[in-house]
Design a protein around this ligand. Sequence first.
Ligand SMILES: *[C@@H]1O[C@H](CO)[C@@H](O)[C@H](O)[C@H]1NC(C)=O
Ligand SMILES: *[C@@H]1O[C@H](CO)[C@@H](O)[C@H](O)[C@H]1NC(C)=O
Ligand SMILES: *[C@@H]1O[C@H](CO)[C@@H](O)[C@H](O)[C@H]1NC(C)=O
Ligand SMILES: *[C@@H]1O[C@H](CO)[C@@H](O)[C@H](O)[C@H]1NC(C)=O
Ligand SMILES: *[C@@H]1O[C@H](CO)[C@@H](O)[C@H](O)[C@H]1NC(C)=O
Length: 653
Amino acid sequence: MSPENPHLRFLLFLAVAAVAGGGAAAGTTLTASLSGDQIKIRWTGLPAPDGLDYVGIYSPPSSRDRDFLGYLFLNGSASWRSGSGELSLPRLPTLRAPYQFRLFRWPANEYSYHHVDHDQNPLPHGKHRVAVSADVSVGDPARPEQVHLAFADGIDEMRVMFLCGDRGKRVVRYGLQKEDEKEWKEVDTDVSTYEQKHMCDWPANSSVAWRDPGFVFDGLMKGLEPGRKYFYKVGSDTGGWSEIYSFISRDSEASETNAFLFGDMGTYVPYNTYIRTQDESLSTVKWILRDIEALGDKPAFISHIGDISYARGYSWVWDHFFSQIEPIAASTPYHVCIGNHEYDWPSQPWKPWWATYGKDGGGECGIPYSVKFRMPGNSILPTGNGGPDTRNLYYSFDSGVVHFVYMSTETNFVQGSDQYNFLKADLEKVNRSRTPFVVFQGHRPMYTSSDETRDAALKQQMLQNLEPLLVTYKVTLALWGHVHRYERFCPMKNFQCVNTSSSFQYSGAPVHLVIGMGGQDWQPIWQPRPDHPDVPIFPQPERSMYRGGEFGYTRLVATREKLTLTYVGNHDGQVHDMVEIFSGLVSSNSSVAVAVHDTKLGTEVSTVRKISPLYLEIGGSVLFALLLGFSFGFLIRRKKEAAQWTPVKNEES
Ligand SMILES: *[C@@H]1O[C@H](CO)[C@@H](O)[C@H](O)[C@H]1NC(C)=O
Ligand SMILES: *[C@@H]1O[C@H](CO)[C@@H](O)[C@H](O)[C@H]1NC(C)=O
Ligand SMILES: *[C@@H]1O[C@H](CO)[C@@H](O)[C@H](O)[C@H]1NC(C)=O
Ligand SMILES: *[C@@H]1O[C@H](CO)[C@@H](O)[C@H](O)[C@H]1NC(C)=O
Ligand SMILES: *[C@@H]1O[C@H](CO)[C@@H](O)[C@H](O)[C@H]1NC(C)=O
């Protein structure tokens, strides 16, 4: 239609002006409803639709227009140009309140580089609302959600935590026979929460990021027989029950240990929001679920060593995170240690000059992490603002033949500190005939060959204060996150390899691995040499046995004789690297001894991982080209019209 008639043209101008000026366009409708496991959002009658028009996602419905959780562009629907269309979302977490959807215009000339998301892309401003949906309830907030397990201090215990919208009484029921619920035991739960005023900084303390976090319930199942399959459910008759889940109880006599370990995984959310979220985390959870199912009735646990949800203050991201991990965490203990993105804020209590502690926690100051998880031990640090203490800092447990230790690289670890004293005493008393292997874990790496010059002084302090402990007490593996890559070092002390094979008997130093490739997509580069255009990246040092940029996780399998750690890539679900360490103990069980012999033969496949100089050069140039690409992309993007939405990786980890 080309409006030749001047009156018509004027009328059309008025209509567009009214819409652009924020007036509700009479006749534009927006409906949203839950149908099965999908939320369907439909609109009709939007005059002169524009490429940036969007639907804002809100909860609770009383939120101001500028306090959206996220948004979807109308162009996600093929028919958007006609002024009508449909978008769908998977069922969202309840957030203890209904959702509401609002349709907005976003005129291109109001596009602003001052109001930006985490990737410096412009964020909608929540002006020019044209239609509002009815409230959409996605579930009963009284019903338990976000169920997850963890080991507790007693070996015959299992902790279960979950979330409800009110603090009314909830219990845990558990037993060995799935069909025989009358015989199940019942235990009470503790309940806790936190408030907006406890958040230490922006954005966590602002109306943009804060939402009612609900109530966290914590129940301890006790008196469990070792290595048995238990069934359980949580809730109450009045508020409703969870589904029935199962887990394999802890078995301190188990002759095999299975664990899945990674750092920096994050969360997927099915819409655009203020911060970068981690689509890749879906694959990590998917493959681990595959492996857990393949283990059948063997006990296992999961270890996520810091940078957990990457909520960084945006509280509903935690709700997405716990919903996302529930398929693995409701049946397998989920263990964590604290990362910079759970904790760091400007006035954190311990901040030596050499530590690069910034504002990475988004003002959460460790509180959601400390309330939503409860790890063994009782390490506690006051927040200093009347809010809940920071906990889950350092602790340890035995799982089968391995002693696992967790530390906090965000709080005091130097000689003489409470944490240092704990770690030393803990390592000292490990009974190596019971647990021939010790795995030590923390968030920021002691070793990495990536370009993390920012953390150089902190690494130096870790080497000085902690490495002697790892060597003296014969730690088998030291696992670190923070750098979003996989890198395996030889067993070493003070940068010196004691063995460069990938299958060897423990020989006096831990194997260090960086396993921060769980999902966050910003990848640091390997240490650059800017003045060497021919080889712009430092050649892989001798001590670095394998390094990769694929997302994934590691899988640990240990018997009394041997610990094997493999690196599984998310792109294909296959093993890409492996190290095996023999304890030197020989089993009295002859069939296991044979198995050891077999795998020794089998390691030929996995031992040769050194990159040839040619490959390195090629790899180096590709990386350099990528680097240039990123920088150019960045410059060009800055200059171009804002319609480009290329995510640019920024300097965070
Ligand atoms: C929809 O619009 C956004 C913002 O302009 C753009 O980034 C995106 O690529 C568009 N999507 C489609 C499918 O055209
Ligand atoms: C959030 O915390 C920061 C740092 O304490 C403070 O400056 C700011 O005023 C707080 N904002 C709100 C909304 O409380
Ligand atoms: C160490 O563990 C072994 C094997 O379980 C046990 O026989 C021994 O008593 C333990 N030693 C100490 C000091 O607890
Ligand atoms: C490394 O370990 C392998 C297997 O245990 C062994 O054969 C080799 O001698 C060791 N090398 C060094 C330098 O210790
Ligand atoms: C020896 O190991 C095999 C395989 O793990 C197991 O089936 C068997 O029960 C073990 N025997 C003894 C005596 O421990």
